[in-house]
Design a protein around this ligand. Structure first.
Ligand code: MG
Length: 169
């Protein structure tokens, strides 16, 4: 029998892939965040940290919950007014960010700074997901989840490089 925690990890990875998110693209966000601070950081190291973040149960729970809500919304299956709020990615809703913070939380305070930065600047994959022109897809939760995974992976990396944490705060 498959261990429940192993099953959860596998499903979380599958869901991200189904929603068009590659771990390499998340790793690229991590690379861009950390490269100014850690000169010898590589894409492989970033990818490794992304993989480690997704092994955490809290992170898997957030991925599954957020993606489920995005998908149900795409299918028009939520009740009003939640259906319209998530569909329109209403600015004052804020629960997408709160859910993502449960990911950032896992690695402490540096994660919050990185998450805020990604949420504000929306680089690369995040802006692709945050594209409101695309009426077919809802990524209200996914863009925040991706930003949070990248922020958490960047924090994990910083913790592995003593001295960097101080610079980044
Ligand atoms: Mg959002």
């Amino acid at each position: 029998m498959v261990q429940p925690s192993k099953a959860l990890h596998k499903v979380a990875l599958e869901r991200l892939k189904e929603r068009g998110v590659s771990l390499e693209e998340i790793a690229e966000l991590v690379y861009d965040l950390q490269q100014p601070y850690i000169a010898d950081v590589t894409h492989e190291i970033c990818l490794e940290n992304v993989r480690s973040v997704i092994k955490k149960r809290e992170v898997q729970n957030a991925i599954l919950t957020g993606i489920e809500l995005d998908v149900l919304c795409e299918q028009g299956k939520l009740s009003s007014p939640l259906q319209e709020i998530i569909e329109e990615d209403e600015g004052l809703y804020g629960i997408d960010e709160i859910l993502a913070l449960s990911i950032v939380n896992v690695y402490g305070s540096i994660g919050f700074t990185n998450y805020g930065y990604l949420d504000k600047t929306k680089p690369k994959l995040i802006s692709k997901l945050d594209n409101h022109e695309d009426k077919e897809h809802t990524h209200t939760f996914l863009d925040d989840i991706v930003g949070a995974i990248a922020a958490a992976a960047a924090s994990r990396l910083a913790h592995d490089n003593p001295g960097i944490s101080d610079i980044m705060q």
